[in-house]
Write a protein that binds this ligand. Sequence first.
Ligand code: AMP
Ligand code: ZN
Length: 114
Amino acid sequence: MNKDCLFCKIISGDIPGDITYEDELVVAFRDINPQADLHQLIVPREHISTTNDLTSSHQMLIGHMVLTAQKIARDNNVAEDGYRLIFNCNQHGGQTVYHIHLHILAGRQLTQLG
Ligand code: AMP
Ligand code: ZN
């Protein structure tokens, strides 16, 4: 828990989040500014600032985040049409919240990256 971190506060319940899924490792909630019909964020309970801070000790956690995204896609009936998973890192990656999160976007034809 980082007391200055927005996503740590959502995880702890200090500020409200539209939570859709949680387990012992991760919490998922709807993005406050959705870019598609389905836009959720999957975040680890552990505070990790950027993907640069990941180590081999996080391998299972990262796999679990991706499998959680797959479950969200299935539960929302978008798995077959498809979806996009994104980690943004630091300034050039467009990261604005410094607690790693996996975006899942779906529900429309997504355009090219960049
Ligand atoms: P990124 O630019 O990858 O760091 O993504 C941060 C995401 O967090 C953006 O898509 C924001 O819309 C989203 N966001 C910011 N504040 C909140 C919040 N309080 N609840 C849910 N999503 C948020
Ligand atoms: Zn945090």
